[in-house]
Ligand binder design. Structure first.
Ligand code: FES
Length: 190
């Protein structure tokens, strides 16, 4: 396989919520490839660790934005900011699984798609069926792989204690594998 890596630097770092930061990556030497909704990148750190992230809407030219969840170990961002911790699901999540599922609309703002999420579907299911690729792993709300930025609307958070109370209250990010909507419509940055 022909692998091509582009060296980038972090040009901007924003604290989106208590534990989620957005990193803006850019390259002085290369024009970054264009991308469409659902695209993801692999990030290789100087340590050799490789992680995969979904791309979010870039706020500056020739740059990529990725959202990174702080791991719970508290070792600090220098080591932890590109690392995801995976926890076993707790019984609290099992309770949420039994919650009533509603029907709601989802707009994928960057893709220009309007979708309907039936009670039997997850947002992730519907988004994927529409041809938009979003990374996922646990699909139970505890790994954070599917974290997606929310543009409008109020998510019905059903993650397994992944997000803090402040992060939930911010309505700016959600796990689309299991969370739903409190409002008739959600607008996502996809
Ligand atoms: S895939 Fe793990 S939280 Fe959604």
């Amino acid at each position: 396989m022909n692998e091509h890596w582009i060296e980038v630097v972090v040009v901007c770092l924003r604290q989106e919520t208590e534990r989620v930061k957005t990193f803006t990556l850019s390259s002085k030497e290369w024009t970054l490839p264009t991308w469409s909704a659902g695209a993801h990148i692999q990030v290789r750190l100087p340590s050799g660790t490789v992680r995969q992230y979904s791309l979010m809407r870039s706020r500056t030219p020739n740059s990529y934005d990725i959202a990174v969840l702080h791991e719970a170990s508290g070792r600090g961002w220098a080591q932890a900011n590109l690392h995801w911790e995976v926890f076993a699901p707790s019984s609290q999540n099992d309770d949420r699984v039994g919650a009533t599922n509603n029907l709601f609309q989802v707009e994928l703002r960057r893709s220009g798609l309007f979708l309907e999420v039936l009670p039997s579907d997850s947002v992730l299911d519907v988004v994927r069926r529409a041809g938009i690729h979003v990374e996922s792993a646990c699909q139970k709300g505890y790994c954070g792989t599917c974290l997606t930025a929310v543009v409008e609307g109020v998510p019905d958070h059903r993650d397994d204690d992944l997000l803090s109370d402040d992060e939930r209250a911010s309505n700016r990010i959600m796990t689309i594998c299991c969370s739903r909507s409190c409002t008739p419509k959600l607008v996502l940055d996809l």
